[in-house]
Design a protein around this ligand. Structure first.
Ligand code: ZN
Length: 314
């Protein structure tokens, strides 16, 4: 542990690039202290950030190497739910600091890096927690859900979208204001990433097509997309390889590079944006079909793209 702390302090203070090395030592320390303040001694991969919507606030909480957990807070009641709490201590600390009422856990799928903190959170959090999910392999599950099941977080509505493929029991959660007005948010786990999608571990191209191009595409374009991992730069590099003439991809890469240079998260995007730059949501487009071998069937295109991405080196 002591050696780890030493290594971390050293890594914070060493020169990362020539711009910083070229500055005065005091400036260098100032820049690095700013970074330290943002990511903390825990060495998180990204900064904690709040996204404010009309009816809710979404707190982005980084975990593990590149995972994201999310705290969804209802503005009216301060009731909260947490998505994929793999780091329960950070969740509890944040909930206590913000004086929130946490009573729900939304699990996207059973993989350890998403559901692996459920049991510990239930144990540490002494009040009652409803643990939602679509798969019996999820720890501490007590509210099993399927397509179109709904529940509330304070005054917010949550609708479940069953999106099997990455895993058979994968659920995406669409959260909207009680009156259905204003921007909504969707928590997509490892089904839809910014610029990409999850591997087809337990499903088929037909199922991913249904998830991305039927269910998630049907949400309003303004819906904010909060996905399970910080994979944007890797995914966008593949997107550019598929559609080199798509300018929105290049622009997003430039933007994401700036964000990542200061360890800021690149989430959220929106459903409308994903339709513009995500090749897996663009399998109807002639440019994407041509890249994937020329078949005009979007499902064949989906399968070919995923196979190519599985072996793609950014
Ligand atoms: Zn997964």
């Amino acid at each position: 542990m002591f050696l780890r702390v030493c290594w971390y302090i050293w890594s914070i203070f060493r020169c990362h690039n020539s711009t910083i090395c070229g500055t005065f030592p005091e400036q260098k320390i100032y820049i690095n202290l700013q970074k330290l303040r943002k990511v903390g001694f825990r060495g998180m991969h990204s900064t904690v950030e709040d996204v404010k919507l009309e009816s809710m606030q979404v707190k982005i909480l980084p975990a593990l190497q590149d995972n994201y957990m999310y705290l969804i807070v209802d503005n009216k009641t301060r009731e909260a739910a947490v998505v994929d709490p793999v780091d329960p201590e950070l969740v509890i600390k944040t909930v206590q600091e913000q004086n929130l009422t946490l009573n729900k856990v939304l699990t996207t799928h059973h993989h350890w890096d998403h559901a692996g903190g459920n049991e510990k959170l239930v144990k540490l959090w002494e009040k009652e927690l409803d643990v939602y999910g679509g798969d019996d392999r999820i720890g501490a599950l007590n509210k099993k859900v399927s397509q179109d099941d709904s529940f509330t977080i304070g005054s917010l509505n949550v609708r479940c979208l069953s999106t099997p493929c990455h895993t058979t029991g994968h659920i995406c959660y669409h959260v909207t204001a009680g009156d259905g007005k204003g921007e909504g948010a969707v928590f997509t786990g490892d089904t839809l990433f910014q610029g990409g999608c999850g591997r087809f571990f337990e499903g088929t191209p037909e199922e991913m097509y249904e998830a991305l191009c039927t269910k998630l595409s049907a949400l309003p374009d303004s819906t904010k997309v909060f996905c399970g991992h910080e994979y944007t730069l890797q995914n966008m590099s593949f997107a550019r390889h598929v559609e080199p003439d798509n300018e929105s991809i290049q622009q997003r890469i430039e933007w994401a590079k700036l964000r990542r240079a200061s360890q800021d998260p690149t989430v959220p995007s929106t459903i409308g944006e994903e339709k513009i730059w995500n090749p897996f949501m663009r399998v109807h487009e002639a440019s994407v079909q041509k890249h994937a071998g020329g078949a005009t069937d979007p499902i064949i295109t989906m399968g070919k793209l995923r196979k190519e991405k599985d072996n793609f080196k950014a």
